[in-house]
Structures are given as structure tokens and as C-alpha cells.
Ligand binder design. Sequence first.
Ligand code: SF4
Length: 323
Amino acid sequence: MKVTAVAGSDQVAMVYIADFGRDRAVEFVESIQQPLPRDKKWVLMVSTLFGCPVKCRMCDAGGSYHGKLSSDEIFAQIDYLVQKRFPDGIIPVEKFKIQFARMGEPSFNSSVLEVLAELPNRYHAAGLIPSLSTIAPAGVNLFYERLIEIKEQLYPNGHFQFQFSLHTTDVSLRDELIPVKKWSFKEMAEYGNRFYHPGDRKITLNFALAKGMPVDPGILLEYFDPARYLVKITPLNPTCQAAKYGLSSYLDPYGPHCDHDIARLLADQGYEVIVAVGDVEENQIGSNCGQYLLKYLEEGMPVLNGYTYELQAIPTYEMRIGQ
Ligand code: SF4
């Protein structure tokens, strides 16, 4: 893996571009959550596919698909960041989150399971919390069954975060946003109910919410018990794809952080609701969910409030895969 370029700020987030040869490049990210220092919370976001066949309408990481990363190629991204910050492999961070969410739907790649199985032995990191977000595609049941086993064996007592990316409760609109065959809400709930055990973190139902996308608390309640599931509402981040499809965010990251009707309605139904607006500088860096610098550079179109940081070349950093 050759890390060729970087964009961002050490105080917020850094996006790294890595070349794996044969025209295969990915991005990976590290961020902190101000005002927390790095030793309180450090978040890594790595890629699991070269491209993504799902092509969600809001996501710049979707598009031409060139295969899966091996477990060594996924670890190369994590190792690079760990070696940079904690060269002895001891990571004294209270919440050390690794999200498999930069490029690629993780359930399409069984190497993600190999990485999850090896992670606890690879580093000394008592605060390790892997995080797996999925659109819940159909046809990958074996991945999900093995995921339950790994979570039970290696990540008990709240050391694993699992998220379904819903984005709306309107099934037709969800199909437009995420144009592949997916589990129904009923199938998600059946799986989630088996996945969740007392002591686990609640399963997150994420809505990267665009204006005009309904979130019906009645529909959620029909399937997802507030004792096992929480709702997280995030902005729809500024991407080329969102601009192309005329999608704009329900949450305004620049507006006043006030009560939101949808959050209140969900809370009234008993859901724990997280409204996570985040740091607007992450949008400018291009490190947020759904953003992808290489897509932005390829499109060459301006994106309002996004991708304003310049890429800096990294002269010659090469990391041998599997070393
Ligand atoms: S949001 Fe996830 S599943 Fe959808 S295109 Fe982007 S990487 Fe793929």
C-alpha cells in the first residue's frame, strides 16, 4: 500500500489516499471529536471494497466496483494510522472506534470478519469498539450469522456497535436512495433481535436525513423495540451525488442546534434519539460519511460547503501488505 496524499487537520480529521496498484485506490480516515482529546476518543474509518456496487444516491464512494480488499489490505489502513500515532501498538484511548465505512458495503466482504476476529489480538487497546454499519443487503446471510458469533465471542459488554442505515421509513423512497435488493424492516428486526443481547450497545437505526424523506415513528415501532434500538439522525453530508440528485439535508449543520420535530416525535415513542450534527469542518475536509475525495476530484464540480481542503502529496510512503 502506498499512501500518496492526505487532506485535513490534525485537530479534526485527516483523509488519506492509498494506492494498492492496478488502478485500485482507496481512502481511509482518522478523526477526533472536539473537544475530546485523542486519548478520550479516536475514530478510524477504513475502506473494505474498491468502489461500491450499491451506488447509494447520496454517496460519493459508490460507483465503479473493482473487487474486495483482503484482510491484509484492510489491516494496512489500520496499521498505518496506529503506527503513526502509537508506534508501540499500545493504544491508550478510552473509545477507539474502527468503522468499516469509508468505501464499500462491509457485508459484501468476508475479509471484514477476518479483521474483526483478529483485531483484539493485534493491538493492546482496551477501548476498542468496532463499528459496522450496513444497508442490510439481501443475500449475505452467512456474513451476518458469523458476525453474531464474533460479536458474542470477542466483543461482549458493549464493545461492538452495529448500525442499520435506513435513511427513511418510506420503502419506495428507500429503494430509490439505496438501489439494491435489501432486507425488509421485518427481516432487519428479526436479525437485530437475535444480534442484541442485554449488555450490548443498542442497535442504531441511522437516518442521514434528506428533506422530504419521511421518518414515521409508527412504522419504526412496528418492528424495532426501543429497548433494543436507538435512532440516530445525522445531516445528509455535502456530496457530488447528493447535489446531482437534488437531495438536501434535513439538519442544517450551520443552523441553530434546536429541537427537531422528528426527534421529538421519536422520543415521545420511547426511542433514545441522537441528533449528531458533527463538525462542519469535516464536510470541508471531505472526511464525513458519504464523502469521497477522489470522486470529487474526478467530477470537478463545486460542492457547497464541502471538499474545500487541498490534498497534500505524501512523497514516498510505502507499507508492505501482510508485514
Ligand atoms: S453508502 Fe455505503 S453502501 Fe451506499 S454506496 Fe456508499 S459505501 Fe456503498
